[in-house]
Write a protein that binds this ligand. Structure first.
Ligand code: NAD
Length: 244
């Protein structure tokens, strides 16, 4: 298929050292982009970047000053994948407001701050790609993830607004919603609930949970020239859990 190459493009992937993030980095690098693996886990980010000929960059997305330092340093960016996220699972009526604040900062405020800093360069150059990794939990609800789902649902409104505001600058803005996906994030919860992965798989029409590659393929495609007429969309990669 023609039009898939990202040669000469610089792609920042937040949370690029994690399960889905590392797969996105690999696919973008495979399409020819220079990938900046932006993560709070220095060693893991360096390992991913080294394997791909990319660059590792430390950033704590919970720290607005740290985000400013990152954007001041990173140089021109063509592709910005907001993939980093955290989920603290607890019934909403017992949830800790300090956890709401942490998830708001990392899952929603950080994408806002990064985009505010890096989007003007994309529109000035007339080409760019924004991809927001949200969650099917925000589309369909997810027990124990009320605050998480609220932050992830905020990305829908942000991405659609940016799709309208940045379209004339040649920038697309889309949201990808993974369903349950086999990554360290899910494995951490499964340690406390040993039957979790089987239970989740039974709820999926395709009868398995996702892999990082399942999600990365769509994210990477949305970053290519071939996806230049797709903007303002919210797409699930969840084996059919959410159909709309
Ligand atoms: N795994 C799933 O089932 C699932 C489902 C729906 C949505 N998601 C979303 O997909 C994205 C990737 O999740 P994953 O499953 O690969 O998780 P993961 O825990 O494997 O990776 C998350 C990455 O984000 C990084 N990160 C966390 N806090 C950070 C911070 N303050 N600053 C910078 N980096 C930080 C982590 O170091 C890690 O590398 C997340 O946004 C998550 O909410 C995952």
């Amino acid at each position: 298929m023609k039009g898939l190459g990202l040669e000469g493009r610089v792609a920042v992937v937040t949370g690029g050292a994690g399960g889905i993030g590392a797969a996105i980095c690999a696919d973008l690098a495979g399409l020819g982009a220079h990938v900046v693996v932006a993560d709070v886990e220095r060693d893991a980010a360096a390992a991913v970047a080294d394997g791909l000929g990319g660059t590792a960059a430390y950033v704590d997305l919970g720290d607005p000053d740290g985000i400013d330092a990152f954007t001041a340093d990173v140089g021109p960016v063509d592709v910005l994948v907001h993939n980093a996220g955290i989920s603290i699972v607890e019934p909403f009526t017992e949830s800790d407001p300090a956890h709401w604040d942490l998830m708001w900062r990392i899952n929603l405020r950080a994408p806002m701050q990064l985009t505010r800093a890096l989007l003007p360069g994309m529109t000035a150059r007339g080409w760019g790609r924004l991809v927001f990794v949200s969650s099917d939990g925000a589309r369909a609800g997810s027990g124990g993830e009320g605050a998480y789902a609220a932050t992830k649902a905020g990305l829908f409104g942000l991405a659609k607004t940016l799709a309208r505001e940045a379209a004339r600058g040649g920038v697309t803005s889309n949201v990808v919603c993974p369903g349950p996906t086999d990554t360290p994030m899910v494995r951490r919860v499964a340690e406390r609930h040993p039957d979790l992965l089987d239970r989740l798989a039974r709820q999926v029409p395709l009868r398995r949970i996702g892999t990082p590659d399942d999600v990365a393929g769509l994210v990477a495609f949305l970053c290519t020239g071939r996806a230049g007429y797709i903007t303002g969309q919210t797409l699930s990669v969840s084996g059919g859990i959410t159909m709309q």
